[in-house]
Ligand binder design. Structure first.
Ligand code: NAD
Ligand code: IPM
Ligand code: MN
Length: 360
């Protein structure tokens, strides 16, 4: 079978981790005996520098014609002075919107070998295994108006949702909960925001369709606290775009590093977009120390959700687990002064373990 996968390296450590993820994809294609067309396209600051726009139309066309898209990261200080509509981040928001990938799945689990990499006590972290389902194409990120007013003396961002937008992501979250431990936590700010009150009503109205799923509502401030206090109570968390953005970086601390968090952004019958939760990490870009595992675990999600290769996805995850349990760490996980390996070496370790598994 021929598969078309578009890689969007982006900026900072984006190209460093996608370079290794591409090697991983090439290894997998060879092992399963398929022809995969892996093509790169411009996004973010790299696209702005070459074309004057962070999301060139050719990139959108290429992504829409693909089976799946793997993104690195975008952004960096070089482009922070640009107006909002041409910032690198606008390219990322644009591709999410254009692909209609409204459900962003961010699985968060703790790794037995990494409990000490987290600043939290190990006993809090055992057995943490949750998925944050972040609404990705609406809410505060996209609502209009979004602008300076009164000659710059006032400003507005708009939190706008249609019933349809809330319903589809909530249903997706219920479906995921049904296939897991059957608990759904909906996070909102219903004591203050009208949008949250409607969100809560919609969750309540869909709940009877999933009688075996237990539903709980948490206010976002409490949720932020409980993520640290009792993280293993969570199974599936569903929430508005910006709340999900913030809570997922907080949850990254449970795993030891944001360099371990993958994500899948899915829509209805369209190519999925796969990307690490982390950004372009300008502070370490170019030094060869970036952790490629969030990108590798995003490839696992791509294999699972877009290519239907569940068994290979599990092998990739098992290879990552094996390398971590064998004591190998990139610098973000090793702590100050600990022994660490670089991006390429970590990649080679995981790929060789994967080869061993795939080739028997
Ligand atoms: P960041 O995630 O880039 O970095 C936060 C910290 O985590 C830094 O200390 C960084 O070195 C570290 N880190 C992140 N990924 C790592 C990895 N794989 N291995 C080792 N260490 C890692 O967040 P930031 O510094 O707030 O943002 C930097 C830029 O990235 C900004 O321009 C922001 O807009 C952009 N950003 C992009 C995305 C994306 O493209 N998906 C996501 C978040 C932030
Ligand atoms: C993320 C990032 C992006 C977001 C930024 C870079 C636009 O923080 O993917 O979590 O806020 O969605
Ligand atoms: Mn974020």
């Amino acid at each position: 079978m021929t598969r078309q996968i578009t890689i969007l390296p982006g900026d900072g450590i984006g190209p460093e981790v996608t370079k290794e993820a591409r090697r991983l994809l090439e290894d997998v294609a060879q092992a399963v005996g398929e022809t995969w067309v892996l093509e790169e396209a411009l996004i973010g600051g790299a696209a702005y520098d070459q074309t004057g726009h962070p999301l060139p139309p050719e990139t959108v066309a290429k992504c829409k014609a693909s089976d799946a898209i793997l993104l690195g990261a975008v952004g960096g200080p070089k482009w922070d002075h640009l107006p909002g509509d041409v910032r690198p981040e606008a390219g990322l928001l644009g591709i999410r919107k254009q692909l209609g990938v409204f459900a962003n799945l961010r699985p968060i689990r703790t790794w037995p070998g990494l409990l000490l990499a987290s600043p939290l006590k190990a006993e809090l972290l055992n057995g943490v295994d949750m998925v944050i389902v972040r609404e990705l194409t609406g809410g505060l990120y996209f609502g209009e108006p979004k602008q300076r007013l009164n000659g710059g003396d006032a400003v507005v961002d708009t939190l706008y949702y249609t019933r349809h937008e809330i319903e589809r992501v909530v249903r997706q979250a219920f479906d995921i909960a049904k296939s897991r431990r059957k608990k759904l936590t909906s996070v909102d700010k219903a004591n203050v925001l009208e949008s949250s009150r409607m969100w809560r009503e919609i969750v309540q109205s869909i709940a009877p369709e999933y009688p075996d799923v237990t539903v709980e509502h948490l206010l976002v401030d409490t949720a932020a606290m409980q993520l640290i206090q009792r993280p293993n109570q969570f199974d599936v968390v569903v929430t508005e775009n910006m709340f999900g953005d913030i809570l997922s970086d907080e949850a990254a601390v449970l795993t030891g590093s944001i360099g371990m968090l993958p994500s899948a952004s899915l829509g209805a019958d369209r190519p999925g977009l796969y990307e690490p939760v982390h950004g372009s990490a300008p502070d370490i870009a170019g030094t060869g120390v970036a952790n490629p595992l969030a990108s590798f675990l995003s490839v696992a999600m791509l294999l699972r959700h877009s290519l239907g290769l569940e068994d290979v996805a599990q092998h990739v995850e098992a290879a990552v687990l094996h390398v971590i349990e064998s004591g190998h760490r990139t610098r973000d996980l090793a702590g100050q002064g600990g022994e660490s390996v670089g991006t390429e070496q970590m990649s080679a370790l995981v790929r060789s373990e994967l080869q061993r598994r795939l080739n028997g």
